[in-house]
Ligand binder design. Structure first.
Ligand code: MG
Length: 430
């Protein structure tokens, strides 16, 4: 059966993410790996899911180190000393969700082949070994500190900035505030107590969830605001005027600092103007990391606010990104630099559908009938290229939705393109 989406296994707890599924994931991994590290974000269901995975792992003989509650990048970094890492998190999804994401020793998440093998093993009946072959469980104390120290080793300690950090009550609560303080910053925290019911706001770092952060940056005359999602692999920011610096803006900013970058098909055509060598890939940090390994590029990012720096690990790391942005803010005039970055108009809309795959298959046939093949790119979904823009129609990896994203040089062009691709989608939805 298919269990993995573009960001690991994800779903509502006790509906999709049941103790039985978690147990079977544990067994599947216990069959393959003997030395496993596991951790969880701040969700109330974290211990239930984690315990079931541990039971599965140890029943098949794997030894487990439990890193407790931490950020995903810290867990991924800790995996360097193990055969496999398991993170129990639903990232930016709301509180009823949880999920399981799997990591390799180099910090990369499981690739397509590994996910497919794990899926087959989840469905298998495993022979359980004798009682004296059952694995041990011990706790791992220093994963967060080791991750912070690894990031600190890349930066000086003299960053004289005032920074407001919104941890979203998620896994970054024990990382970013301490890291930035050690870099020399004065840090003001929001929502830095671990609470996976997410009492302050949903853990997706979009502008409407971060109104308090924007206000606090202005009120305290801070230089920068930083926000994470529920597990700290994403980061977005606010400038000193309280303006939102979303994934697209930060992706342009970071891409302009590296020569060879990997970005997904849904990111801006601006990137080609800013970096010498741009490699496009499927949407999802798994695919960005795969391409980074393959190409040896310096940086990979996604407009969702996912940042990967192979110099540290192949895991998306919002905490490292926060340190990098703080460092950049002391080196350049952030507001001026961002103002000077080229930017185009964007429009996005999501459409609920009952069968994503069928809708997309029909849409692809329709496009292939109606457009020149050179204009169509099928790396992920359908990207239709225009002279002054592009449109991507793509099924969501985690929800029953199809999304249209359009970028163009001006408002008139974007309206025309949007209408054209929306009509195509509506034809096949009906
Ligand atoms: Mg995340």
């Amino acid at each position: 059966m298919k269990y993995f989406g573009s960001s690991g296994i994800r779903g509502v707890v006790n509906k999709t993410i049941t103790p039985d599924l978690a147990l079977n994931v544990g067994k599947a991994l216990g069959k393959e790996y003997s030395d496993v590290v596991i951790g969880r974000d701040t969700r109330p269901s974290g211990d239930m899911v984690k315990s079931a995975i541990i039971a599965g792992l140890t029943s098949l003989g794997a030894d487990v180190k439990d890193a407790g509650m931490l950020s995903t990048p810290a867990l991924a970094y800790a995996t360097r000393d193990f055969d496999c890492g398991v993170m129990v998190t639903a990232s930016h999804n709301p509180a009823p969700y949880n999920g399981i994401k799997l990591w390799n020793p180099d910090g990369s998440s499981f690739d397509t082949a590994q996910m497919e093998k794990t899926e087959r093993d989840i469905d298998e009946d495993h022979t359980l070994p004798e009682w004296d072959k059952i694995g041990n469980v011990e706790s791992l104390k220093n994963a967060t500190r080791d991750h912070i120290d690894a990031i600190l080793s890349k930066f000086d300690r003299d960053h004289d900035l005032k920074v407001v950090v919104d941890c979203a009550n998620g896994g970054a609560y024990s990382s970013t505030p301490y890291l930035l303080e050690k870099m020399g910053c004065e840090v003001i925290t929001l929502n830095a107590q671990p609470d996976g019911t997410f009492p302050a706001h949903d853990p997706e770092p979009v502008e409407e969830n971060l109104v308090d952060l924007s206000k606090t940056v202005k009120k305290t005359n801070a230089d920068l605001g930083i926000a994470h999602d529920g597990d700290g692999d994403r980061m977005v920011a606010f400038d000193s005027d309280g303006n939102y610096l979303g994934g697209d803006t930060l992706l342009s900013l970071f891409a302009s600092r590296f020569d060879k970058v990997v970005v997904p098909v849904n990111s801006s055509m601006v990137i080609e103007e800013l970096s010498k060598d741009v490699i496009r890939t499927r949407v999802g940090d798994v695919f960005v990391a795969e391409k980074l390994k393959e190409s040896g590029a310096d940086f990979g990012g996604e407009p969702s606010g996912t940042w990967i720096y192979p110099g540290l690990s192949y895991a998306p790391d919002g905490i490292y990104a926060a340190a990098l942005l703080v460092n950049l803010t002391t080196e350049i005039d952030l507001k001026k630099t961002i103002k000077e970055l080229p930017s185009y108009t964007r429009r996005k809309k999501a459409y609920k559908v009952t069968n994503k795959q069928k809708t997309m298959d029909e849409l692809i046939s329709l496009y292939q009938k109606e457009y020149d093949q050179e204009r169509i790119d099928l790396i992920d979904g359908i990207r239709l290229n225009y002279e002054n823009g592009w449109a991507l129609t793509r099924a969501s990896g985690t929800e029953p939705k199809i999304r249209i994203t359009v970028e163009a040089t001006n408002d008139v062009v974007i309206a025309e393109i949007f209408e054209e691709v929306e009509n195509k989608l509506k034809k096949v939805i009906r």
